[in-house]
Design a protein around this ligand. Structure first.
Ligand SMILES: CC(C)(COP(=O)(O)OP(=O)(O)OC[C@H]1O[C@@H](n2cnc3c(N)ncnc32)[C@H](O)[C@@H]1OP(=O)(O)O)[C@@H](O)C(=O)NCCC(=O)NCCS
Length: 184
């Protein structure tokens, strides 16, 4: 499916399609995470691609949104629902009006090429991935020093929701949550 929003064409990709897009996605990951690469093996582009192919793409209802500026990918976001109840204890205090049960949409990864940032592309890609999701709430992890992304998320309605260390070899991230019911 492709939809046009201004100059940006938005496309959805399932897991099989995503796994053919290594040469389009890894350079964007590398450019947007350049200061982190080499600092921690966790951030190596090959490790990132391995996490996407071996873990994230295999999750239920995996969806990747790409934003196309002409015939070039300007950015991407991907995610999938998590069916366990483990996130609700940190989400429910933030959004007590929600029913603390059911799947939570994991807004997993998100990046826009540095040369086309601050044009509103990030918001369009973010909104496209989350639009029409049936879950009550979305959840993401954010590096503590990632001030540009934090500013974007706060302006789009995300609220702080504790901390998470997702893998034994990863750092501890700040968690944020977004009430999807208020966007319907
Ligand atoms: C987060 C990211 C995807 C935003 O993409 P974008 O296309 O610039 O986003 P938009 O243009 O829609 O919105 C930008 C908003 O983000 C915030 N923002 C982006 N860059 C910023 C910066 N350098 N300083 C402060 N705020 C910034 C602002 O709130 C801005 O809105 P404004 O331009 O109206 O002030 C992009 O900065 C990025 O790829 N960062 C590196 C990867 C990353 O950190 N991903 C998120 C991991 S959780």
């Amino acid at each position: 499916m492709t939809s046009m929003t201004g100059r940006l064409a938005l496309r959805h990709h399932g897991p099989d399609d995503t796994l053919t897009m290594r040469d389009l996605l890894v350079p964007i990951y590398s450019a947007t995470h350049a200061p982190l690469i080499g600092v921690d093996p966790w951030n190596a582009p090959e490790k990132w691609w391995q996490r996407l192919t071996d873990t994230y793409s295999k999750t239920r209802d995996f969806d990747l949104v790409t934003g196309w500026d002409g015939d070039e990918v300007a950015g991407y976001a991907f995610g999938s629902p998590n069916d366990s109840a483990r996130l609700w204890p940190s989400i429910h205090p933030v959004f007590p009006h929600l029913n603390a049960a059911g799947p939570v949409y994991i807004f997993r990864e998100f990046a826009v090429r540095p040369d086309v940032q601050r044009r509103g592309y990030g918001m369009l890609i973010h909104d496209e991935l989350l639009s029409g999701r049936p879950e009550q709430v979305a959840h993401l992890l954010l590096r503590k020093d990632n001030l540009p992304a934090r500013a974007a998320y706060v302006s789009w309605g995300w609220k702080a929701a504790g901390e998470v260390k997702p893998f034994p070899d990863s750092q501890t991230f700040d968690a944020m949550a977004l009430d999807l019911t208020s966007r319907r």
